[in-house]
Structures are given as structure tokens and as C-alpha cells.
Design a protein around this ligand. Structure first.
Ligand code: ADP
Ligand code: MG
Length: 592
């Protein structure tokens, strides 16, 4: 076959292969264009999973009549003009290939009235063939209508899934866009039925409503709001307490300067922050927004622009990790902003949330009702009521968040009375966390002690790895390791941390090296040491069936109140819950 230049239609169709995978990709590109145009309100209508129709209408700046055709041309964009612009992208789009690519595989109609024009204009293309621009009625803003996607590329059309599946993909795109920009209202209809109708959300309360609408009420009930800045980095958003974890990484939203991204550095930083508080194999849930100088990140790394490259990935990693670790340290049993970790039922969870928030303020509950309800519960549990009286006599103002212990139930659970009602604590789980946190902080305070190996261990590595180790001696020292280079492709481990004296030095070194390579930072030894400490803590903790005295129980409750992350044990299980008086009343059908 002779070499020839491809037609522009074919070039666009090839580009569509990357940019337009399915109707959801059309929706993503159109919604992003509307956001870039400064829309305050967007309407998205789709029919038959977007295969028949995807239409996006916005009230953004609009496109003037003489630019309508240009917008449909390849590599035509209003968002960048020079290389410098590419180095600090502030818009979602910039490649100028979405509209021509979509137009080449569909019937597309673009109607717009520019901010400064008195009337609207439209242009239509069928499979990339464009008819002349014609006048059309349209309010300020732009509508893009995409019909019969892939009608002229039957092979690609066959790859589409059922209407339901395609709709699901569009829904997640719309939800992601809605989370990315609280200042824009979004209404989304599928086959004329409303799927989402989200007003502008300027304040945090309204933003939380939007997040709850998309991520579920349970997420929001368990969410911690975080906000932190350092230098030009700012991270805000919501992370779910570790006791609300997921079996899949499906509730994880990360926005960088308003763009939803998937990124290895970010994922690793989040996982590291959660490692200490999550069940093995569970995934954290979060909606996070990172704002930074656009010059510090390259967004031109992927045609659909979901992947990015950070210039200083190490700093980003540490900032995200530290911010989340600090937030998670707040999951301290009984702290004012803590929700008790177990949900009894959705309605109960809301009541718990509200009552937990009022902790620390004066309680309107009368102590006689506290006594009555507890008496009821105590009788079931075989508790003598004298103990309850003892707890009851505690002055309200001196009542600590987790209250005073009243009984040790079946050698496993501590029952305590606080202002809200009945606190139930898993004594072993709670003690394990308290011991573990103590061990960790003393390990930190004293630094990580190292110990020389009797016989230094030789490890064969690649030359790059040897260079890496040689260039980063401080990283190793910080964790109590001494590693020397012994040849172009050979390293020697001379010292390892005392706490890891039984670990395999070679495996440890290899893991460390791959951590440094991968994430630009390492938590490996910290993590190994934490694992050892967790095991030690577990062995040193209260065993089930050992009888605890009231003093011992109260001491544990006070320790829990002072210990970071004490809402959950070392394996991510909750350590305590509370049955409020309202819940107890409901159990006994009181007040009906
Ligand atoms: P890009 O977004 O990368 O610039 P597109 O092909 O998506 O490329 O769009 C081409 C151009 O058309 C944009 O740069 C913009 O000027 C214009 N445009 C597209 N959609 C809209 C819209 N909804 N409102 C205003 N202008 C738009
Ligand atoms: Mg675009």
C-alpha cells in the first residue's frame, strides 16, 4: 500500500478511539467544557444510556457565530495559546480534540449564544460533515446535542454494553463532576426522569448535603471534615472514620485543582495514612480536594486527562499522608467531634450522631431517667443496681465523655454510664489500641534503635537500586538500618532495627528500595515496626474472661479518652458504642 496522508475525518475518528470510549466519555467532555465556560447551571439529558442522545446545556460564556465552526476543528481551543500556558493549566480542557472527535462518530448539533451577541447560532455535523452556520434561538450559553453515537463506526458500536450499564457509567461521570464543582448547579435526566438535581452549594452545610446525596448518608454520618494548608498546598474534604470502610475502593474521590484524578502517589499516601486503623483488605472512603499551584503538576499526561505527574511527588505524598493521619488521630473515644463507631440502624445512627455532637454540653436528661433506663438494662445483664447508684451519684459536670464503669459483662464488655446513656466497651480491643499507641509513641520518642548484624547480609541488586541506596543513606539511618555499597550491583546490610531483629534483612531492604523507587518515600520500616508493636500490644492486653475491678475499668476508659485512634482497635474493629437513652426508651417502647 502506498503511503498517503489520512483524511481529517479519519484522523478525528482515530483520536475518538482514545477520547470517546463510550457515551460516558462524551458526557465527561461536554460537562467539562461547560465548567470551563464558567457555567453556573448545567442540564444534562440522556436517552437510552446516552447511545441515542447526550445533551448538555449550560449558561456559560457561549461561543460566537464565527467561532462555532472553529470549535469543531481539530486542535482548536480557546484555552491555551503557547507552551507557557501548557505549563500551568487552569482549565479542564486544553487539547482541542473533544468536539471534533465526538463529531466524527455521531450526529452533533452545537447551538450557542455568546455573552456579547444578541442572538444564537447553530451548526450541525453528521459524521464529521458540517453544514453552514445558521441562526437559532438560544438563551445565553451553549447546548451540545450528540445523537446516535458510533452510528458510522459499527465495529465500535458493538462494543457498547446494555443501556443500563452505559447509564451507570454516565451516572458516575455526572456524580464526579458534581462533586468537583460545588458552585455549579447540575440537573441530570435519563429518559426524561430526574436522576440528580443539585443546587449550588456554597457553604459547608450545603456541600455536605451534596456529598451525602452522592456518597450516601452513612458516609456523611461517619465523615470527618478536614482542612489544612501548608505553603501553596491546600487539602480539604471528608474522610470516613475507619469503622466505615468499604470492601472495594469505590468510594474514593480525589480532585486536583477541580479535576478528578487517579494517581499512584495519592493512593499510596492515603493507604499509608489508614494502614494503622483499617481491617486488612478493607478500603477507606473519602472525598478530597487538593489545591496547588498548577505549575507544580503536569496534567498533559493522558488523553482523557485523568492521570497527572507531580513535579515534587514526595512533598505531595507527605502532605496528604500527614493531613489524614492528623485527622484520623482525632478518632479518639469520647472526643467531642467523634461519632460512636457502630451504627445500630440508620435512624439510630442519626440520633447517635446528634447526641455525640452535643457531648460536653449540658445535658437535658434527668439523672433519674438515666437511673431508670440503666436499671432496666442492668437487670437484663444481671448487674446489681447499687453499682448503678454509685455511677448515678457522679456529678454531671464531672462526667467524663465515656462516663463511669458500672459492670464487667461476661468478662468481655465494660458497661459504663455517661450523659447520653449506656456506653459499651470491648475491653480487650480497647486495651490493645491503648497499649499499641503507647508503644508507638515511646518508640518514636526514643528514635528507632538499631542493632548490628552478627554477619552483615550481602544483597544483589540492580545498579539503579545500588545508586538509589547510596544516594539516600539518611532514609535508611532514620529507620535504624545501616546499608553500604559493596560493588556496582551489591549492597550490604550492617544494621537493622532492634524491634525487627527477627525480620529478614534482605526482604526488608528490597521492600524499602521498591518503596523509595515507587512512592518517592518510604514507610516500610515504620510499618514493619508498627506491625511488631501491634503484635506485642495484642499479647500484652487484657484477655477475655479476666475479671476487671471498677478502678481498672475506669482507668481504661480514661486512657481511651486520651488515646489517639482509640475508636477502633488495631485491626479496625470498633472499640465502643453507646446506647442513648432515646434508644433504650425505644427498646422498651417507652413514650409511645
Ligand atoms: P478543549 O476543551 O480542549 O478546548 P473542545 O474540543 O472540547 O476542546 O472544545 C473546543 C473549544 O470549543 C473550546 O476551547 C471552547 O472555546 C469551545 N467550547 C466548547 N464547549 C463550550 C461550551 N459549552 N461553552 C463555551 N465554549 C465551548
Ligand atoms: Mg473540552
Amino acid at each position: 500500500m502506498a503511503i498517503r496522508e489520512l483524511s481529517s475525518q479519519l484522523i478525528n475518528q482515530i483520536a475518538a478511539g482514545e477520547v470517546v470510549e463510550r457515551p460516558a466519555s462524551v458526557v465527561k467532555e461536554l460537562l467539562e467544557n461547560s465548567l470551563d465556560a464558567g457555567a453556573r447551571r448545567i442540564e444534562l439529558d440522556i436517552e437510552q444510556g446516552g447511545i441515542k442522545l447526550c445533551r448538555v446545556r449550560d449558561d456559560g460564556v457561549g461561543i460566537s457565530a464565527d467561532e462555532l465552526n472553529i470549535a469543531l476543528q481539530r486542535h482548536a481551543t480557546s484555552k491555551i495559546a503557547a507552551l507557557e500556558d501548557l505549563e500551568h493549566i487552569g482549565s479542564l480542557g486544553f487539547r482541542g480534540e473533544a468536539l471534533p472527535s465526538i463529531a466524527s462518530v455521531s450526529r452533533l448539533r452545537l447551538v450557542s449564544r455568546h455573552r456579547e451577541a444578541d442572538s444564537g447560532w447553530s451548526v450541525e455535523t453528521v459524521g464529521g460533515k458540517t453544514a453552514p452556520v445558521a441562526p437559532a434561538a438560544h438563551p445565553l450559553g451553549t447546548s451540545v446535542e450528540v445523537r446516535d453515537l458510533f452510528f458510522n463506526t459499527p465495529a465500535r458500536r458493538r462494543f457498547l454494553k446494555t443501556e443500563r450499564t452505559e447509564f451507570g457509567h454516565i451516572q458516575s461521570v455526572a456524580e464526579k463532576i458534581a462533586l468537583s464543582r460545588f458552585s455549579t448547579a447540575l440537573r441530570f435526566n435519563h429518559n426524561q426522569r430526574v436522576v440528580l438535581d443539585l443546587p449550588v452549594a456554597e457553604n459547608i452545610a450545603d456541600q455536605e448535603k451534596r456529598v451525602a446525596r452522592i456518597c450516601g448518608d452513612a458516609f456523611m454520618e461517619h465523615a470527618l471534615y478536614i482542612e489544612r494548608s501548608a505553603g501553596d498546598l491546600q487539602l480539604r474534604g471528608w474522610v470516613a472514620r475507619p469503622t466505615f470502610s468499604r470492601s472495594q475502593p469505590d468510594l474514593q474521590y480525589f480532585f486536583l485543582n477541580g479535576r478528578a484524578i487517579r494517581d499512584k502517589v495519592v493512593t499510596h499516601a492515603v493507604r499509608t495514612a489508614f494502614r494503622d486503623v483499617l481491617f486488612h483488605g478493607r478500603h477507606p472512603a473519602f472525598v478530597l480536594y487538593l489545591e496547588m499551584d498548577p505549575a507544580g503538576v503536569d496534567v498533559n499526561a493522558h488523553p482523557a486527562k485523568q492521570e497527572v505527574r507531580f513535579r515534587d511527588s514526595r512533598a505531595i505524598h507527605d502532605f496528604i499522608r500527614r493531613t489524614l493521619e492528623t485527622a484520623l488521630a482525632r478518632t479518639r473515644a469520647g472526643s467531642v467531634d467523634a461519632t460512636p463507631p457502630i451504627s445500630l440502624a440508620p435512624a439510630a445512627a442519626v440520633a447517635q450522631h446528634q447526641s455525640a455532637l452535643s457531648l460536653g454540653h449540658s445535658s437535658s436528661l434527668s439523672s433519674s431517667r438515666v437511673g431508670e433506663s440503666l436499671a432496666a438494662y442492668g437487670a437484663l445483664a444481671g448487674i446489681t443496681d447499687s453499682r448503678i447508684d454509685m455511677a448515678d451519684s457522679a456529678n454531671d459536670s464531672e462526667m467524663p465523655p465515656l462516663g463511669w464503669a458500672v459492670a464487667h459483662l461476661h468478662g468481655a464488655y465494660i458497661l459504663a454510664q455517661n450523659r447520653e446513656g449506656l456506653v459499651i466497651v470491648d475491653a480487650h480491643a480497647a486495651h490493645e489500641r491503648v497499649t499499641y499507641e503507647r508503644l508507638k509513641s515511646s518508640a518514636k520518642a526514643g528514635g528507632i534503635q538499631s542493632q548490628p548484624l552478627l554477619v552483615p547480609v550481602q544483597v544483589l541488586v540492580s545498579e539503579t537500586e545500588a545508586d538509589l541506596a547510596e544516594a539516600n543513606p539518611a532514609v535508611f539511618e532514620r529507620f535504624g538500618m545501616a546499608v553500604d555499597r559493596a560493588g556496582p550491583e551489591r549492597l550490604v546490610v550492617r544494621e537493622i532495627p532492634v524491634l525487627l531483629r527477627d525480620a529478614d534483612p534482605e526482604a526488608l531492604l528490597r521492600d524499602l528500595l521498591s518503596d523509595i523507587k515507587d512512592a518517592g518515600s518510604t514507610q516500610r520500616i515504620e510499618q514493619e515496626i508498627d506491625d511488631v508493636l501491634a503484635t506485642v500490644a495484642c499479647h500484652g492486653s487484657v484477655r477475655a474472661n479476666r475479671r476487671l475491678t471498677l478502678d481498672e475499668m475506669n482507668a481504661l476508659l480514661r486512657d481511651m479518652e486520651m488515646t489517639e485512634r482509640s475508636d477502633q482497635c488495631n485491626h479496625g474493629r470498633p472499640t465502643w458504642t453507646v446506647l442513648s437513652l432515646q434508644e433504650l426508651d425505644r427498646l422498651f417502647a417507652r413514650g409511645r
